[in-house]
Design a protein around this ligand. Structure first.
Ligand code: C5P
Length: 413
């Protein structure tokens, strides 16, 4: 196993003025128990429900609640800059609205504005407030910006009410936080480079040749690898927003040539390479400098082959590196993929029969066969996340096998 990080992760725990603020004490304690450095920040009104003294006693550093603490010149920037994650639990309707509006009128909202760390909010409020379009639109805005949400649960609320709006259970919040920090998955300490989407090969300044790849399978692979603790580089052609994550870097590319360059850089550090992208096989030899018009007559487009990125990566494989290819086939998918695995020299070839219903391009579901050296594993129609889990299970097995072979060589010498 590669060395795991030694610096403990820093979490700013924001607490706002909800009756469930008392549960944040449990979140704080459990995170500290899990080895996380917790810096609590309470809004001034949260102090009506819980006290600074409690959090200071349990957390990794004294709790703060004001922008004007004499001991620190600019706490709103220093807290946000050093955080690996900011979690707000409970997050009231008022606080979410202020955060979405970009206000910075207390230490917590200012910290959120001054951070580039991923943010997790855990709303809690009465059912009527939770269901109000204003709150739902605020949340949709935050989600679009990449903020993660642990939604409230159904159950007893303050003042004898029942319904949805109760702060999620502290254990569930802590599980999500630890998942986002990713310290204990079976890919912890591993670097995974994933390519996703269809490349676009320009014809002229406004037109390109492309394919129907949505990038969803590649993005699901990146998300699952993160959940399992990996450091992930996602090289993607599609502009779909990807939630920010402390262990994720995203490189946006357009053409096969750009993807080749980006993957070459990422592969130098990667333990695992997954080429899930649908790379164009051909591109126009000449790209017109200006838009082709009907007045020019019907253009004759001469195509040339794009570089085979996967073959290049295999040729420069680092010792122990696991390389996975994807294949979309319509005829005899398994037989063709078996031959392709051999000829491309990859460890695993994941093939989808794109002619089958619900499979491959544009769908949220997929069905694949994972071709291994001496066996095959079928994954029947399921979500792209479940396919990603199955592929990464096989990857982990190969990484462990390669680690074992390394150890054996070390003992022999
Ligand atoms: O040969 P075929 O295009 O079916 O191979 C598919 C696999 O090869 C995929 O993993 C794809 O990402 C990769 N590929 C590549 N460069 C190309 C074409 C495909 O890396 N030019």
């Amino acid at each position: 196993m590669a060395a795991s990080e030694t610096r403990s992760k820093r979490v700013v725990l924001g607490v706002t003025a909800g009756i469930s603020a008392y549960k944040a004490i449990e979140v704080c304690r459990r995170l500290v128990d899990a080895g996380v450095h917790v810096a609590p920040v309470l809004t001034p009104d949260a102090l009506r429900f819980v006290g600074v003294a409690t959090f200071s006693a349990l957390a990794s550093e004294p709790a703060q609640s004001t922008l004007f603490d004499a001991s620190q010149a600019i706490p709103h920037t220093s807290l946000g800059q050093s955080a690996d994650l900011v979690v707000v639990a409970p997050a009231t309707a008022d606080f979410l609205a202020r955060y979405a509006a970009g206000m910075a009128n207390d230490l917590l909202s200012a910290t959120l504005l001054a951070t580039r760390a991923p943010v997790l909010v855990c709303p809690a409020m009465h059912t009527e407030m939770w269901e109000h379009p204003s709150v739902q639109e605020t949340l949709a805005t935050l989600v679009r910006r990449g903020v993660a949400v642990v939604p409230p649960e159904e159950g007893a609320l303050a003042a004898g009410d029942r319904g949805i709006g109760r702060l999620a259970d502290p254990a569930s919040i802590v599980a999500v936080v630890l998942g986002m920090l990713g310290s204990n998955g079976d890919l912890a300490g591993r670097r995974v480079a994933v390519s996703a989407g269809g490349t676009r090969e320009p014809l002229d300044p406004v037109r390109h040749l492309s394919n129907r790849s949505s990038g969803k399978q590649g993005h699901a692979l990146a998300a699952v690898a993160l959940r399992r603790g990996a450091e992930v580089a996602l090289v993607t052609t599609v502009g779909t927003p990807v939630p920010a994550h402390p262990r994720l870097s995203v490189v946006r590319v357009d053409t096969a040539a750009e993807m080749e360059a980006a993957m070459a850089i990422e592969s130098e550090k990667a333990d695992v390479i997954v080429m899930a992208a649908a790379v164009a096989d051909f591109r126009p030899v000449h790209v017109a400098g200006r838009k082709l018009t009907k007045d020019d007559g019907i253009p004759e487009i001469v195509l040339e082959q794009t570089p085979d990125i996967l073959r290049g990566l295999v040729a420069h494989r680092r010792p122990g590196q696991v390389i996975v290819g994807f294949a979309a086939e319509t005829d005899e998918p398994v037989a063709r993929a078996r031959r392709k695995r051999e000829s491309k020299g990859v460890d695993l070839m994941v093939v989808n029969d794109v002619g089958a219903p619900g499979v491959g391009f544009d769908h949220d579901t997929n069905a694949v066969t994972i071709i291994k050296e001496s066996a095959e594993r079928e994954v029947p129609l399921t979500s792209k996340e479940a396919v990603a889990e199955a592929v990464l299970d096989e990857v982990v097995e190969l990484l462990d096998r390669n680690d074992g072979a390394d150890r054996a060589r070390g003992e022999d010498s």
